[in-house]
Design a protein around this ligand. Structure first.
Ligand code: NAD
Ligand code: ZN
Ligand code: ZN
Length: 351
């Protein structure tokens, strides 16, 4: 089969590799119909994730059909159309039992790390992928949900919802600010509405992304490159500060911004993946009674999000800006890698 193989920092190729085989009785093999590229894949390619070693097939998002089933798999069969979750879940360890799939203790990849695809085991940017713990890590798809909609639920929507909106404890009437209107921030914006946020303020450096954020439910937008951005956000809250500040960029400055705009008693939900040291100003924040949360997505809300997509309550398909076929994989990376110029949000690649 062909797959997108990491060759070390700065190197990747769409190349011939051996087909995956069933290794454990709980595995299935999925033939990928639709996949996409995540910002994390770009981090890997820069060499920021040393656990990913040369030869690894990248990708942790995908939709496809089952072609082979391990001997102990009972609720999935050949031909089933499935969503592949970015997080493995053995379903039986103590962390899986409480829905903390991000820390699944199953041995696959590494015990205690839920994100394994395109990281510690071969990923979904391939014609075929082996899925461990398939009964718990795959979701059968209804016909009414398109591949493009579904693939946004592998990572982006659960991440924005669980780590942004749920950890941020958004409640009816809240003013919510989302810093970073990339795919993850837009997913947080779209799902903040589910809890009845009164205002959802999108904050980004990129005017194009701010414009896009309105399609996902942002009620107000603030350009953070503007020297008066802070006053603008405060003016939208009558000077009180926002109830929930969601950080969806992953740099020290934007985390600090979130702590500056949150009201006393409010929540700062960090979603961004930080590669650099970040300062938490406890000397200023302790007296503000704020809650700070962070985490790796669990994907335990995937079945619920899938229902909302099915009932057209979540505009998942709007995330797709560019479409490619497998033989154009390198072009897809190029377009996604130059998002500021190409206005790419999510690029989908199909067989
Ligand atoms: N916690 C998790 O489980 C998890 C899962 C997936 C992704 N992530 C992380 O979520 C973050 C967002 O992911 P994404 O795919 O949407 O990323 P992205 O790079 O596509 O989007 C980031 C957005 O932030 C904006 N931005 C950059 N600097 C800014 C600044 N100073 N002020 C305001 N906006 C600024 C960019 O213009 C862009 O629109 C990343 O850090 C990613 O690694 C976390
Ligand atoms: Zn991802
Ligand atoms: Zn587990």
């Amino acid at each position: 089969m062909k797959a997108l193989v990491y060759g070390g920092p700065g190197k990747k190729s769409w190349t011939e590799v051996p087909d995956p085989v069933i290794e454990n009785p709980t595995d299935v093999i999925v033939k990928i119909d639709t996949t996409t590229i995540c910002g994390t894949d770009l981090h890997i390619l820069k060499g920021d994730v040393p656990a990913v070693t040369p030869g690894r097939i990248l990708g942790h998002e995908g939709v496809g059909k089952i072609t082979e089933v391990g001997s102990s798999v009972t609720n999935l069969k050949i031909g089933d159309r499935v969503l592949i979750s970015c997080i493995k879940s053995c379903g039986s360890c103590i962390n899986c039992k409480i829905g903390l799939y991000s820390h699944c203790l199953g041995e696959e990849g590494a015990s205690g790390i839920g994100w394994v695809f395109g990281h510690l085991i071969n990923g979904t940017q391939a014609e075929l992928v082996r899925v461990p713990y398939a009964e718990n890590s795959l979701y059968k798809l209804p016909d009414s949900v398109t591949d493009e909609e579904a693939v946004m639920l592998s990572d982006i929507f659960p991440t924005g919802f669980e780590i942004g909106v749920q950890y941020g404890a958004v409640k009816p009437g809240d003013v919510v600010a989302v810093i970073g209107a990339g795919p993850v921030g837009l997913a947080a914006i779209a799902t903040a509405g589910l809890y009845g946020a009164a205002k959802i303020i999108a904050i980004d450096l990129d005017a194009n992304r701010l414009e896009k954020s309105r399609e996902f439910g942002a009620t107000d937008t603030v350009l953070s490159g503007d020297s008066s951005w802070l006053q603008k956000v405060m003016a939208l809250t009558d000077g009180a500060g926002v109830d929930v500040a969601i950080e969806a960029v992953g740099i020290p400055d934007t985390f600090t911004m979130a702590t500056e705009i949150v009201r006393p008693g409010g929540h700062v939900a960090n979603v961004g993946v930080h590669g650099k040291e970040v300062v938490l100003h406890l000397e200023k924040l302790w007296i503000q009674n704020v809650f700070v949360s962070m985490g790796l997505v669990n994907t335990n809300t995937t079945p619920m999000l899938l229902k909302l997509v099915e009932s057209k309550k979540l505009p998942a398909g709007k995330m797709v800006t560019h479409r490619f076929t497998f033989d154009q994989f390198l072009d897809a990376y190029d377009t996604f890698g130059r998002a500021a110029e190409t206005k790419a949000l999510k690029v989908v690649i199909t067989k």
